[in-house]
Design a protein around this ligand. Structure first.
Ligand code: ADP
Ligand code: ADP
Ligand code: ADP
Length: 214
């Protein structure tokens, strides 16, 4: 299956993507994780992205699209993928359509995770991620690691993302509403959107998502 995941920052996209990708045997491709890996490795791409991420703004399309295209070219588009955090504006959605057209494939679904804003703020405030791999995600109260500050998956150190501050979250939510939400209408016109509530336990949301994707 070829799936795009959308939803506001902190909705649980990364958390759900990990389970869905495993259940569906498709790669989880997160542009946020790719940017963070580049930043921690000190690459030029990471240097280009950092100031935008810290400010809660989108990294410019030419940088993001090139990175996404490069990562997608390593995936077997025929077999499928789960995109998390890309596309994030209509321009990126058009670029993705062009990429898929050259591969002769189409999307199967756009899964829209709906969460009220006050819940999103709580999820982001307690989010802790692993230094080794930002796909290892925890929450201080909702999904605490077995040992405080230590990643269950790999033993790495857990930390709070630089952009998970109250001020940046406000900017990111505004960016989501003004730039990312319009892609939901774009995909709705293609008949691809399935919206589910992302409230409740992680396992409940996964079940809801699997049901919606049938
Ligand atoms: P969250 O899941 O909390 O919304 P992400 O990890 O997806 O956060 O993204 C973190 C930051 O990385 C974004 O605020 C943005 O600066 C940058 N980013 C990630 N994906 C994209 C994208 N497709 N286009 C532009 N910027 C992006
Ligand atoms: P809107 O103002 O876009 O119509 P709603 O009032 O319908 O939003 O949404 C209620 C809450 O759900 C908002 O606080 C918002 O953060 C969140 N939300 C809105 N749209 C989406 C979406 N497409 N995906 C996930 N959450 C959303
Ligand atoms: P996104 O990728 O959409 O920004 P994450 O998957 O990183 O969101 O989740 C944001 C935070 O909320 C993390 O700390 C995660 O552990 C927590 N979280 C995810 N899903 C749920 C859920 N269903 N209930 C409570 N907390 C959740």
């Amino acid at each position: 299956m070829r799936i795009v995941l959308v939803g506001p920052p902190g909705a649980g996209k990364g958390t759900q993507a990990a389970f869905l990708a495993k259940n569906l045997s498709i790669p989880h491709i997160s542009t946020g994780d790719l940017f963070r890996a580049n930043i921690s490795q000190g690459t030029d791409l990471g240097k280009q992205a950092r100031s935008y991420m810290d400010a809660g703004q989108l990294v410019p399309d030419e940088v993001t699209n090139a990175m996404a295209e490069d990562r997608m070219s390593q995936a077997d588009a025929e077999h499928g993928f789960l995109l998390d955090g890309f596309p994030r504006n209509v321009g990126q959605a058009v670029t993705l359509d062009e990429m898929l057209r050259t591969k002769g494939v189409v999307l199967d679904a756009v899964l829209d995770l709906e969460v009220p804003e006050d819940e999103v703020v709580k999820r982001i405030a307690g989010r802790r991620i692993c230094r080794n791999d930002s796909a290892h995600v925890f929450h201080v109260t909702y999904n605490p690691p077995k040992a405080e500050g230590v990643c269950d998956a790999c033993g790495g150190e857990l930390y709070q993302r630089d952009d998970d501050t109250e001020e940046t979250v406000r900017t990111r939510l505004e960016v989501y509403h003004t730039q990312t939400e319009p892609i939901i209408d774009y995909y709705r016109s293609q008949g691809l959107v399935v919206t589910i509530s992302a409230l409740g336990k992680v396992t409940e949301v996964t079940e809801r998502a699997m049901e919606a994707l049938k």
